[in-house]
Each structure stands twice: as C-alpha cells, then as structure tokens.
Ligand binder design. Structure first.
Ligand SMILES: [Fe+2]
Length: 539
C-alpha cells in the first residue's frame, strides 16, 4: 500500500531535534529503541506541522508486537523526487501460515527519512497501515525529496524501530550527470551458497542495484550446506511462496545489500516455476486456470517482498513489471518482463516463426516508444534471458536455448535492429549463472557484420554453487559464436561505472560460496566507449 504523501523535504530547522540521544556507549539498537519515546512527539509534530494522531493515541489494543523487523528494510525504483521504501513485519518470519507471526489485524507503521544517519533532522515522515491481506508488508512511495541526494530511512511499530536503510534519489531527468555507478546481479539460490557476494556488494558505493531475476527458487532442494529450502516442498500456495521469500529475506547479508542502496528488481522464472511462459506451466497437463492461480500466489508474494511501486501491485495473476528508470541525461534503464507475455517455447525448427513473441504486443510497443522517447547517452535493456545468438553445437549443426531470445528469433532481431538506432545500447542479462561479454551483431551469422550493441551477462550470486573458471563446453561456445568475447563461471556480480564517454564493467567474483567469508576479486574489466558498441578488455 502506498504511504501517505511525504511531508516537504525541508522541515522546520528550528523545531526540536528528532534525534535520539545516542551516547558513546549506547548501541544503535538501544539508541533507536530509547529514542522511540521522542519520535512521535518531536519528529512527527515537527514535520507534519501538528501533533500526529499516533503521538496522541494510546498504543493499539492487543499484545505488543516484539521484534517485527526480522526481514530488514529496502528501497527501490528511485526517481528524482523519491523512492519506494519497503519492509515487512514478521516477528516469527517462518510461522507456518506465512503470516509472519503477526496478529490478525491492521497495524500502523511510522516511517522517517533523514539526510543524517542519526536522524538529527527529519526530511520526511508519515504513517501508513498494513494488514494480514498483504502479509503486513509495507510500501511507502516517497515524493518531494531532493534529486540526487542521499537519505536514511527507518520504520517504527509501537516501540520497535527498524534497522536504518540508506538510499539515493535519481538526478532530474535530462539534467547533466557525469557518473552513474550501479551493479547488476541475479540468481541467488539459498541452498546453493552463502550470500558472500551480497555482503561484498553492500560495501560498494553505488547509485543502484539492478536484480535481473531468480530472487528465490521454488524448489524443494535441501542442498548440502545447511541452508535447505523452507518449507521443504516445491512452493505452490500463497503461504508457501510467502515463507520462501521470508526465508531468503532472513539472510543478513542480503538484508545488508538491500539496506545499502535502492534496488530495481525484475523477476525471471524461478520466482514462480522453472521455465514458465505466460499461462503455461513447464509441467505437463496443467490447465491454464490452475497455473494462473499459482502465478497469482507467486506474484502476490513477490510484490509483498520487493521495494516496488504501487504501479507494480499485482491484480490477480497480472503484475505490470516493465518500466523505465531515468538517471539524468546519462542513463535510461528499460526494465523488461520476459515471462508473463511470452509464447510457449518451441523446437529450434520453429524458432524463426515471425508470429512468435517474447515480450507480447503491448510491451513490444511500449519498448519502441520508450526507446524513441529516450534522450539519454546510454540505453540499458535490463532483462532476464540471454539476448544474443548462442549456438551450443559444434560444427555445422546448431542448437539453441529454447528459453532465451534465440527461441524468439524474429522478435529478437527486430529489437536488435531497433536498439541499433538509439544512443549506446547495452543489454544486461542474468539467468545463465555465468559471466559473458558479447558483441551484438547486425547479423549473428556473419562475424564480419557490424557490432550494433553490447550485451553484458552477469553470473549468479550463488546458483550453481561454488563455480569454476570455465566449463569444458565453453570452448565450443566461444568457437561457434565469435561474437562472444568472454565466459567465466565464478559467482559474483557486475559493477558498472558509467560516464558520458565510457562504460566500465567490472566482473567481481568470489571463489566459493559453500562456506562464508570468501574475499571479492576483480576477474575482468571491460570498457565500452560511447559511440563504439562492443566491449574491449582492459588489463
Ligand atoms: Fe537462475
């Protein structure tokens, strides 16, 4: 649910300080809890111009909710005037009914935003309500914040105060921006590894994290490192999807990565089921109406656990995921949905059927318009599955993935031709649990044809377990697809520094995830020059 509108970003400077008295030997948690007494009276009274209803009202009836912030906090989808803040109240996150151990009633949640980590002054604050119908998740859309500014935020329920998150607004669209730093990542199977890469990600200095799908896995897998899936079934019901999301969100390294930066998230298949397509299950003989009910459960739980705007709140089995984020005059990020509208996967012999679509007609039109409207230096297609042609078969034979853009060849080629005409197109991709760098060719079958765009594929955070430098089959891929410049199968993420003249992609990897504590290292650096599609390796 959207929050009440934010108060103006410039509160009365002369009002009483809303800071919590945090002495040198007070831990932050003690300071936050202790300060709760002053929160309602001082902070809300100051910023809203009148004592808030909450400050004057006794605590709600019913038992006190203790320690509800077990799933952390998050922010997302920054605009120049605000972000969306997220948390979910779950004192018992793995309670079997999926409702987090919350009482069966509506609860009021206060939120505060400050330029200062100690909340000495308050930039915006308000209250919102949440209830069991949304698993006590909280989505607050902030407005009227300053562009390109850092903010801290936190929530309060009763006397309980959340951890503090940090976020950053975008620059005003079209205004000059000299540097944009963001990471992209995907595929974080809980059972396959510790979230070491997420912990290292949290230490970066970034404007945004783009997460490209497979945030959870739906499987019953128990793995071999003491991080078995809960519940120990393939999830299908709303309660089960909520529990799976809650289990993932209990990880403190993942919480740290969310608390450090705003994220822009899209889902791929495993947020619902392996390789699903529109209303069709990958399992045989599932009636569409039955699958759409499962899809409704999965997408509702997804929204409840992500820092998404109200525009992305699902209606039945539908969630409007595709959207654009703009960062000054430098970057337009077109976020795609390659699941909800796609035709069912077919054999290679049918992949060039011109009627086949991955995006669906509405999204395809929207993308054309979004690209045509863009005046940014860099145009990013942030999406899930491998975009460029990838032939796995040695010699004259061919074999393509049936779940990637190759299986929707005519539409892929039309999107390629279209992005070739916009300023500096870069496709970023998840899904395949490997790092790639790819020249997007005007004709993938002609190595001498023009390079018209660049595809950067990011490895998984954990999926696939510890990872290796390369697989034996990678030599075949490199030989069959000369436009593929780099393959690596370590775990990690891709950090990108974008300027008006250059895009620098650092492939950051950890050498193991089966145990915690791996250091991060730079496996490779590639640079794309503005006006020069294709990435060049840097020593
Ligand atoms: Fe995956």
């Amino acid at each position: 649910m959207p929050g009440t509108p934010a108060s103006p970003a410039s509160p009365s400077a002369s009002g009483p300080s809303a800071s919590f008295a945090s002495g040198p030997d007070t831990t932050r948690r003690e300071a936050l809890v202790g300060g709760a007494v002053t929160l309602g009276a001082a902070a809300l009274g100051t910023t809203l111009g009148a004592p808030s209803a909450l400050a004057a009202t006794p605590a709600p009836r019913g038992p006190v909710i203790s320690e509800p912030f077990t799933l952390g906090v998050a922010s997302g989808d920054p605009r120049h005037d605000g972000v969306v803040l997220w948390t979910r109240l779950a004192p018992d996150p793995l309670a079997e009914d999926g409702l987090g151990g919350m009482p069966d009633r509506t609860v009021e949640v206060e939120w505060q935003v400050s330029h200062r980590e100690d909340f000495a002054t308050i930039a915006a604050s308000g209250t919102t309500e949440t209830g069991p119908d949304q698993a006590h998740s909280v989505h607050v859309e902030l407005e009227r914040l300053r562009p390109r500014a850092d903010y801290f935020y936190r929530f309060r329920v009763g006397n309980e105060i959340s951890p503090v998150g940090r976020t950053r607004t975008a620059p005003v669209p079209g205004t000059r921006l000299d540097r944009f730093a963001f990471a992209f990542a995907s595929c974080q199977s809980y059972t396959h590894g510790h979230y070491t890469a997420q912990a290292r990600l949290a230490e970066e200095d970034l404007d945004l994290v783009a997460f490209l799908g497979d945030y959870i896995y739906e499987t019953a897998d128990q793995g071999s490192i003491g991080r078995g899936h809960f519940p120990a079934v393939e999830v299908r019901s709303l309660a089960e999807y909520r529990l799976r999301h809650a289990q993932y969100k209990t990880d403190h390294d993942l919480q740290a990565a969310h608390a450090a930066f705003p994220w822009a998230v899209v889902f791929d298949d495993h947020e619902l089921e392996n390789n699903w397509a529109d209303d069709t299950s990958y399992e045989e003989d599932v009636p569409p109406e039955e699958f759409l009910l499962r899809r409704e459960h999965a997408l509702k739980a997804y929204y409840e656990h992500m820092p998404l705007r109200a525009a992305q709140r699902p209606a039945g089995p539908d969630l409007h995921l595709y959207r654009r984020l703009t960062f000054g005059n430098l970057v337009d990020m077109h976020l795609l949905d390659t699941r909800q509208y796609r035709d069912v996967q077919v054999e290679d012999s049918e992949r060039d059927d011109p009627e086949r679509t991955l995006l669906g007609a509405d999204q395809r039109r929207w993308l054309s318009q979004s690209l045509a409207d863009s005046s940014a230096t860099w145009n990013v297609l942030a999406q899930q599955v491998f975009f460029s042609q990838r032939d796995f078969a040695e010699g004259d034979a061919t074999n393509f993935s049936d779940d990637a853009w190759d299986n929707y060849k005519v539409e892929r080629d039309s999107v390629r031709d279209e992005i070739a005409r916009v300023s500096n197109p870069v496709v970023i991709t998840g899904d395949v649990h490997a790092n790639y760098v790819v020249d997007v060719k005007a004709d993938f079958d002609d190595a001498y044809s023009e390079t018209v765009a660049t595809e950067l594929v990011g490895t998984s955070f954990t999926s696939g377990r510890d990872g290796v430098e390369q697989n034996p089959g990678d030599a075949v891929q490199l030989a069959e697809n000369p436009h593929i410049k780099f393959i690596n199968r370590n775990r990690g993420y891709v950090r990108n520094t974008v300027t008006p003249t250059e895009w620098t992609a650092d492939y950051r990897v950890v050498d193991y995830v089966s145990e915690p504590g791996a250091p991060i290292r730079d496996r490779a650096r590639f640079v794309i020059g503005s006006g020069q599609p294709g990435a060049r390796p840097q020593a």
